[in-house]
Design a protein around this ligand. Structure first.
Ligand SMILES: Cc1cc2nc3c(=O)[nH]c(=O)nc-3n(C[C@H](O)[C@H](O)[C@H](O)COP(=O)(O)OP(=O)(O)OC[C@H]3O[C@@H](n4cnc5c(N)ncnc54)[C@H](O)[C@@H]3O)c2cc1C
Length: 449
């Protein structure tokens, strides 16, 4: 196996090698904290960009373009003189040899390793669902949902068969955490305002949007009063909410909730996550969701030079529960571990022995001018929460270009109800409409002329 380490031969051997796997929220924060550390930092990610996942649902619903929320990793780390960037998928870690291996059969050695590989969706043991649903995790996922939603409308415009129409225009969202709620609200607005005006034959009442949740309320992480508000706001947008409803089966054209079968070609899965398989790479104990159970300084038990941060780590908070999978947790983890290593390498003032999470609050948006927020213990809803949500998200975007572009797009959409990112391009386009008619047979009412 070829060793990428050899290309770093020109680096003084005394410099410690720090490898960060994953440049999401956690990995990027760690890289920033290590910017001035006398070390050779290598950031490895299977993509070439950092992605702002909280706004992915806006790409999926044509409000933003992928470039508004994804920024090239190399550009973000351009000014880090001590940092290399590698685009490679990590497939294993050998802690004995202190080496990580890549899918393209090369490897890289480290003195310190920070694992920040995030999480993926979990199907609660029903992995067969995966082939029929769309998930929202990457830029490609968001683009696929957008093509699917816009393609459904294009196909619906070409039929008057009520059964086919129903399948095409029923959108089922599984899971009512912030992502499910945000996606349901955005699809409702997209279909009932923008698209309803642009298509001649589709009537707003033809569109059914169903948000289902196995628990007894939406947004379970928020105060119940805010869950109620979110439910009412979604109902106003025409979203049907099904609580205490568990998906029992999904196939190519139907979602089943026990006896109830709903015909739909548009099922979006926003429930449950599982950590990336780093615990298996290291053969260390994992929590139920597969996350590495880390120690109080985010290090991996038995491996004091390996740290796991963000969604791939299960960090026991002071109340005995693991910290939630949030961007803020990943960023604070990354910053803490970066400073810890910097202090260790430079022998400067040591940082606290244990990581402490500062919870500034949670936000979820439901649609135009409606959001819920819990900030420093205060509950907010409606327009004020929406303004705060917008400002916070603009501020958290990683570069000025993204902030300006998102701000302009939002202002335009708010004033016009328009959505700018509706072009369908690429290889998916040829299939965007035909795939919906495949297997359906001839449409007796197809011709409307
Ligand atoms: C749709 C959506 C909406 C969300 N909304 C919010 C929100 O509103 N607020 C909030 O706080 N949180 C939100 N989250 C959660 C938040 O995005 C995550 O908690 C956060 O991204 C975790 O950061 P991380 O660094 O652990 O992982 P990530 O940010 O997911 O980064 C992981 C990185 O690792 C890379 N990677 C993975 N595997 C490998 C491998 N084998 N080799 C190389 N590279 C690899 C990936 O390409 C990625 O760049 C949302 C998540 C999603 C999916």
């Amino acid at each position: 196996m070829a060793d990428v380490t050899s290309r770093q031969a020109s680096v003084p051997p005394s410099l410690p090698r720090i490898v960060i796997i994953g440049c999401g929220f956690g990995g990027l924060a760690a890289a920033h904290a290590l910017k001035d550390t006398p070390a050779l930092v290598t950031v490895v990610d299977k993509t070439n960009h950092h992605l702002f996942q909280p706004l992915l649902y806006q790409v999926a619903t044509a409000a933003l373009a992928p470039t508004d929320i994804a920024t090239a990793t190399r550009a973000l780390l351009r000014n880090h003189r001590n940092t290399d960037v590698l685009m490679a998928e990590v497939t294993g870690i050998d802690p004995e040899l202190e080496r990580i291996t890549f899918a393209h059969r090369r490897s890289l050695e480290y003195d310190y390793l920070i694992i920040a590989t995030g999480a993926a969706y979990s199907f609660f043991g029903n992995d067969r669902f995966e082939q029929y649903v769309k998930v929202l995790k990457t830029v490609d996922d968001a683009s696929a949902i957008r093509t699917h939603v816009l393609g459904s409308f294009e196909a619906a415009e070409q039929t008057m068969d009520p059964e086919i129409l129903r399948r095409l225009l029923t959108f089922v969202i599984v899971g009512s955490g912030p992502t499910g709620v945000e996606l349901a609200g955005a699809i409702a607005e997209l279909t009932r305002t923008t698209l309803a005006c642009d298509f001649r034959w589709i009537r707003p009442q033809d569109v059914h949007i169903i948000l289902c949740e196995s628990g007894d309320r939406l947004l379970a992480g928020f105060d119940p009063e805010l869950s109620d508000y979110a439910g009412k706001a979604l109902a106003d947008l025409g979203v049907e909410i099904k609580l205490k409803t568990r998906v029992s089966d999904i196939d190519a054209a139907t979602v089943s909730f026990g006896e109830e079968r709903i015909p739909s070609l548009n099922v979006f899965w926003c429930a449950g996550t599982k950590a990336s398989p780093a615990a298996q790479w290291l053969a260390v104990p994992a929590a139920r969701n597969g996350a590495i159970q880390v120690l109080e300084d985010c290090s991996v038990p038995g491996h004091p030079n390996i740290f796991a941060i963000g969604d791939v780590a299960s960090y026991q908070s002071t109340n005995g529960k693991p910290l939630p999978g949030l961007a803020a947790v990943a960023k604070q983890h990354g910053r803490y571990v970066g400073r810890l290593l910097d202090a260790r390498i430079t022998s400067s003032d040591p940082v606290a022995r244990s990581f402490r999470y500062r919870d500034y609050g949670s936000l979820a948006v439901i649609g135009r001018s409606r959001a819920v927020a819990e900030i420093f213990g205060h509950k907010l809803k409606g327009r004020l929460a929406w303004v705060i949500w917008s400002l916070v998200h603009l501020m958290l975007l990683v570069d000025l270009r993204s902030r300006l572009s998102v701000y302009l797009n939002w202002t335009w959409s708010w004033l016009t109800y328009g959505r700018g990112a509706r072009l369908l391009t690429g290889t998916e386009v040829k299939q965007a409409v035909p795939r919906f008619f495949a297997g359906i047979g001839s449409d007796r009412n197809r011709s409307r002329a």
